[in-house]
Structure formats: C-alpha cells, structure tokens
Write a protein that binds this ligand. Structure first.
Ligand code: UD1
Length: 370
C-alpha cells in the first residue's frame, strides 16, 4: 500500500450520494495511517431535498469541500465544475480521484483530474444505452475512455468496455455500490412512515425527470395521460423533481395533475423515505436509471418510460420492462405488470452488499493497486 496516498471522492447530484456513501465508509475502515480521504461535493444539486438530506439519511459526514456550482446549461455547469475542481486538485494533489455514475459532475471532475495527470477511478463504468441523445451517455463514454480504473456493476458493462478497447487490466467487476446502500438501509426505510395514507402493497410510485420525457409538452402530456389511466386502477404517489415541477408549470399541466384525485404529488423525498415508498409499492413507473436496479433487487415490477436502457440486466434478470413513451404502451405494460404474478426478488452476481469493500480493497492496493 502507498503509505501517503490521498484519495478524493466526488459527489454532485442526487443519484451520486448513495453510490459514494458505502465507498467512503469502506475506505475509512480499511485505510492505513498515511492514507487520507476527502469528499468533495460539486454542488450540481443544491436544494436540501436533492442533496443535504441525503448526508443525514446515509449517515455520512458533510463534505470536506462544496464547490457550490449550482445550475446552468450543460456547458456552463460542466465548465464551472472543471474550473473549481481543477483548483481543488492543484491545492490538494490527490493520487486518485474517484467519480461515480454519469452526471455532469462525473465527467467534469474526470477531465480536470486527468489533465493534471491524476489517476481517475470510475464507479459504475461501462453502462451503455446506445443513445447519444442522452447527456448521460456522453458523460459515460467520455469518462470511461480516459479513466484509469473502471469498476463495473455487471458482466455486460465489462463487455461494453472491452468492445471499446479498454485494456482488461483496468476493468474490475465489483458489483453495485447503490445496492450496498439499499441492502444496508431497507429495514430502516421500511420503518419510516409512508408520505401519504396509501395502502402498503397497493399503490404505484411515479418518478419523471429526464429531458426526453419532460422537456417536450406533447411527450409530457402523453405520459401524464397514461398515468391518469393507471391511477384509475391504483393510487399513484409522485415525488416530483424540480425540473419536472418547472415544466409542469411552464406547460400549464400542473392544474390538470393536481385535479386528478388518485395521484398524490409531493416534492423530492429523502433517501430513506423514498426507499421505504418503493419497497412498499405494487408498481413503479419511472424514467430513472438507478430505480430500475433498485426495483429489481426489491422484486417490485418496474415500467420504464424510455425508449432504451443502459441497464439491460434489469430486464433480463429483474422486474423491469422498457415500455417506451407512447401512452398506450405505458398503460398496457402497467396492466401486464399488475395482472402478472409477483416477480421474485433478484440479486444479480456481486449485488451482495460488498461492492464498496471490493473497491476499497483494490484502491488500497490489497488486490493489485490503484
Ligand atoms: C441530473 C443528471 C441526471 C440525474 C439527475 C437526478 C446530468 C446531465 N443529469 O439531472 O443524470 O438522473 O440529476 O436528479 O448531470 N434543480 C433544483 N434544485 C436542485 C437541483 C436541480 O431546483 O437541487 C433544478 C435546476 O435548477 C434545473 C433542474 O432542476 O432547473 C435540473 O437540474 P440539473 O442538475 O440540470 O439536472 P437534473 O435534471 O437534475
């Protein structure tokens, strides 16, 4: 082990925090005396409901640094993060920067670190939707192309990287750190109260925030019409993302939504409240990436309202179906899920709660060095 190793972990947006939390804990547990670990929050997400609350829920300390970059166009946000993170790297000279997921913070910090000659480790590498219209797909491709260590969640991701010419010795199949967090917290989450008086096991959860589903009025209105039809079969709980709330107002769709009696709308929920909601639902309707994996592990049917997925394992082994964005197809997929047999819980290989330990082991040089 390098006796004076310094590692910076980066988190920036809501789906990053649950991926970083177990890695931070595992590194702290296993590090030797000369190893220092810093957590940097880029501030891509900044509302308490999208960011701060997660630190308390996940029992991780406040970040050592917050770059407070806030919102902006993709170029603005990515550039602001690069400038701010470059200064952090110059001041702290880390030996390794660890990034997770596929958000703008992931790419921006990778670029800034690599240009300073600092090694980058990417957690959740190799996922591919094949759809370059998605900003996250661009972030994934570029981050993986220049990272030194690529930690994958499944075999398919490893194969994608091999196909792109990434040398095998850089790729480590470690499992899924988001699932580490889920397995650690699900019992606590189940003990948290449901945000509405809905019958456990008999309601649907809706999440919606991707530009492809909410930035075009006709598409958003079509998706909502499908949700209205589904809400005649069971109550729907909708924790609404700030981007979606903004679009609903802008497109004058908010009144229609609040007039629909069987849909309960709330703001973004904390990690435990949301996991507790998912785990007690009958059906999930989503355009998220991570939720496709969480529902697979929980055994809850998931209807993904997108044209594709970077997580095909959740369809092959899990409870996920890709329904597309056509209202009829969404309703048909929801009906099939509601009428079908309850899906079994599925734990793909190495989604066993120990992915972060494997990553820490590799980073600390116990299994070949960073
Ligand atoms: C980002 C990620 C996406 C991830 C999602 C989870 C990228 C390219 N996208 O998208 O992959 O699935 O996070 O939420 O990195 N806003 C707030 N408060 C906040 C954060 C955002 O009001 O704390 C508002 C912003 O001002 C903006 C909108 O929400 O108007 C979108 O935020 P942004 O960070 O640009 O992207 P997300 O859609 O959240």
């Amino acid at each position: 082990m390098d006796p004076t190793m310094k590692i910076i972990l980066v988190a920036g947006a809501r789906p990053n925090f649950m991926k970083v939390a177990p890695i931070l804990k595992a590194l702290q547990k296993h590090r030797g005396p000369g190893v220092s670990i810093m957590l940097v929050h880029t501030g891509q997400h900044y509302d308490a409901a999208m960011s701060g609350n997660f630190f308390a829920d996940l029992d991780i300390p406040a970040p050592d640094l917050n770059l407070n970059v806030g919102p902006g166009s993709h170029a603005e946000q990515t550039a602001r993060i690069m400038v701010a993170f470059e200064a952090v790297c110059v001041a702290h000279r880390p030996d390794c920067v660890l990034v997770v997921g596929d958000v703008n913070s992931t790419l921006a910090c990778t670029l800034a670190a690599k240009k300073l000659g600092i090694r980058v480790a990417h957690v959740e590498a190799g996922l591919r939707s094949g759809d370059r219209r998605m900003p996250e797909e661009i972030n994934r491709l570029c981050t993986d192309a220049i990272s030194d260590l690529l930690f994958t969640t499944d075999d398919g991701a490893t194969r994608n990287l091999e196909r792109e010419g990434i040398p095998l010795e850089r790729i480590h199949f470690v499992g899924n750190t988001m699932i580490d967090t889920l397995l650690q917290n699900v019992d606590r989450a189940l003990a948290s109260p449901l945000p509405f008086d809905v019958p456990a096991g008999s309601f649907a959860v809706l999440t919606l925030h991707r530009p492809a589903s909410v930035d075009d009025r006709a598409v958003l209105s079509g998706v909502l019409s499908a949700v209205y039809a589904i809400s005649s079969m069971l109550p729907v709980v909708f924790p609404c993302h700030p981007r979606t709330e903004e679009r609903l107002r802008e497109f004058r769709l908010a009144d229609e939504l609040s007039a629909c009696g069987n849909i309960r709308v709330t703001g973004p929920l904390g990690y435990l409240a949301f996991l507790g909601l998912l785990a007690r639902s009958r059906l999930v309707l989503t355009d998220s990436g991570g939720i496709q994996e969480e529902t697979t592990v929980l055994g809850i049917p998931c209807v993904t309202m997108r044209e594709n997925t970077e997580r095909p394992l959740t369809c092959d082994m899990g409870t996920n179906v890709i329904a597309g964005l056509s209202p009829d197809d969404i309703v048909a997929a929801a009906k099939r899920a509601l009428n079908g047999q309850p899906a079994p819980r599925s734990l793909p290989e190495k989604w066993d709660g120990h992915a972060a330990e494997r990553i820490a082991g590799i980073l600390m040089g116990l299994e070949g060095g960073a």
